[in-house]
Design a protein around this ligand. Structure first.
Ligand code: PNS
Length: 171
């Protein structure tokens, strides 16, 4: 009997901005952690992109609190190319979530580019239908305009978002 994992020695990497992590991210993390021996959740530090709302330290703290109970998951961060970081952590596969068909268009070229650069494949998990409309950017927009997003993000995230709102209001 196995415990349902595809291969206990397989290490997967789940990259993202996680600004902030959502229940959709957490769902992918928990499901991927059941498939692979080890899962590295890798937060991108991307100086080319618009500054994130949450600092790297805040995103790491939120993610670590969210995955504290999932033993084979660790949270790291990286700068530069994902394909290079895949080699650093010796990941066997990249994991991504797909919510809607439009995700597929950009993810397909990213997967092909990452395979060309690192020879590592990307495996996709379909997002749970409860989260197919949930993105970090929409969650932020709704929350900071006063909407209720408690059902869409994990508890440590809603607490950090409330703190952020308070600190922004004080400015
Ligand atoms: O959560 P996001 O913002 O959709 O995640 C995007 C991420 C981190 C997967 C992507 O931006 C990425 O891989 N960035 C690292 C830089 C890189 O390797 N770019 C080429 C991708 S083919």
């Amino acid at each position: 009997m196995t415990d349902g994992r595809i291969g206990r020695l397989t290490r997967a990497i789940y990259p993202g901005s996680f600004d902030p992590p959502t229940n959709g991210h957490l769902d992918v993390i928990e499901r991927a952690a059941r498939c692979f021996g080890e899962l590295v959740v890798a937060i991108v530090v991307n100086p080319q992109k618009r500054a994130p709302m949450f600092s790297l330290e805040e995103r790491e703290a939120m993610l670590r609190a969210c995955v504290a109970e999932v033993k084979n998951v660790r949270v790291e961060h990286f700068t530069g190319l994902l394909a290079d970081y895949v080699r650093v952590v010796r990941a066997d596969v990249i994991v991504k979530g797909l919510r809607v068909v439009s995700d597929f268009e950009s993810e397909m070229s990213a997967a092909l580019m990452n395979r060309a650069l690192s020879d590592v494949d990307t495996l996709f998990l379909m997002s749970d239908q409860r989260y197919s409309f949930v993105s970090s950017s929409l969650v932020k927009e709704v929350f900071f305009l006063g909407g209720d997003v408690a059902a869409l993000v994990p508890e440590p995230v809603i607490r950090m978002m409330a703190e952020k709102r308070t600190s922004l209001q004080r400015r």
